[in-house]
Design a binder for this molecule. Structure first.
Ligand SMILES: NC(=O)c1ccc[n+]([C@@H]2O[C@H](COP(=O)([O-])OP(=O)(O)OC[C@H]3O[C@@H](n4cnc5c(N)ncnc54)[C@H](O)[C@@H]3O)[C@@H](O)[C@H]2O)c1
Length: 259
């Protein structure tokens, strides 16, 4: 019986690939047999993210800013020029913005967060979907957040942007009804990462480190998540094992949103 969780021969494009979750994802997708197109705006970090991938991944690193439509078109073209197809698209690049309450939040940062987290995700789908629809095959996984499912003090703009990612995901899934293109999103919770540390420090200025016990008290799993645990859900959604899954927002949060 074929192993439906394997991704042998599939071509996976991952944005934000130089970040914690993107790097964990390209590693796991490559381990499962995928060929990898890694996209990020940070060139040097992107190069080191792809360095340890197995040769079977035939990694292609493309430096691009996901907010620029010509650069998005370029990374999609680079993927199809090299591999002739895109089977999996992890639309993952994102920023947290500033950690401030609404009256103090600079409009310029508001626009920047929406630009990366919403326009970037929209542009990615706009350019990848025609490739997938033409071949009538593909899986898109957008990265939202549990902040897209509930309010989050001092990151209201980030929260709004992630609510938008969930709306884009569900609408795109409907638009692709009657095709074999599936669109889902993952909603990571508190993942042990630079982004989480930045948010916690921003909420607690001058207050020193927040004890781990306090950080995890509202998480039923009583621990932070690992980027590899987000990657596992992305890899599942990418695979044929998820053939009947579309339009969903998968939490990877140790039960945080159930609490
Ligand atoms: N870390 C968490 O706890 C957490 C929780 C929920 C959701 N998320 C989401 O997961 C995704 C990945 O986050 P992460 O923790 O790996 O953060 P990260 O900062 O480590 O990685 C994000 C990557 O996106 C890239 N990026 C940012 N703007 C870009 C742009 N305009 N063009 C191209 N690349 C750009 C960055 O260079 C970086 O490498 C983000 O969408 C984030 O919002 C993270």
């Amino acid at each position: 019986m074929p192993d439906r969780i394997r991704l042998d021969g599939k071509v996976a494009v991952v944005t934000g690939a130089a970040g914690v979750i993107g790097t964990a994802t390209i590693r796991l997708l490559a381990e499962r047999g995928a060929r990898i197109v890694a996209v990020d705006r940070r060139e040097a970090d992107l190069r080191s993210a792809v360095r340890d991938l197995p040769a079977s991944a035939e990694p292609l690193a493309v430096t691009a800013d996901v907010t620029q439509e010509d650069e998005v078109a370029d990374y999609v073209r680079a993927a199809t020029d090299k591999f002739g197809t895109i089977d999996v698209f992890h639309n993952n690049a994102g920023i947290e913005g500033e950690i401030k309450s609404i009256p103090d939040y600079p409009l310029e940062t508001f626009r920047k967060v929406l630009d990366v987290n919403v326009v970037g995700v929209f542009l990615g789908m706009k350019h990848v979907l025609p490739v997938m629809l033409k071949q009538n095959r593909g899986s898109i996984i957008n990265t939202a957040s549990i902040a897209g499912l509930m309010g989050s003090p001092q990151i209201a703009v980030y929260s709004a942007s992630k609510h938008a990612v969930i709306g884009l995901t569900k609408s795109a899934a409907w638009e692709c009804a009657n095709t074999a293109v599936r669109i889902n999103c993952v909603c990571p919770g508190l993942i042990d990462s630079r982004m989480l540390s930045t948010i916690i420090a921003g909420r607690n200025p001058g207050g020193g480190p927040v004890p781990n016990d306090r950080l995890v008290e509202r998480i039923p799993a009583r621990r932070l998540g690992h980027a590899s645990e987000v990657a596992s859900v992305v890899a599942f959604l990418a695979s044929d094992e998820a053939s009947y899954v579309s339009g969903s927002a998968y939490t990877v949060d140790g039960g945080r949103t159930a609490a």
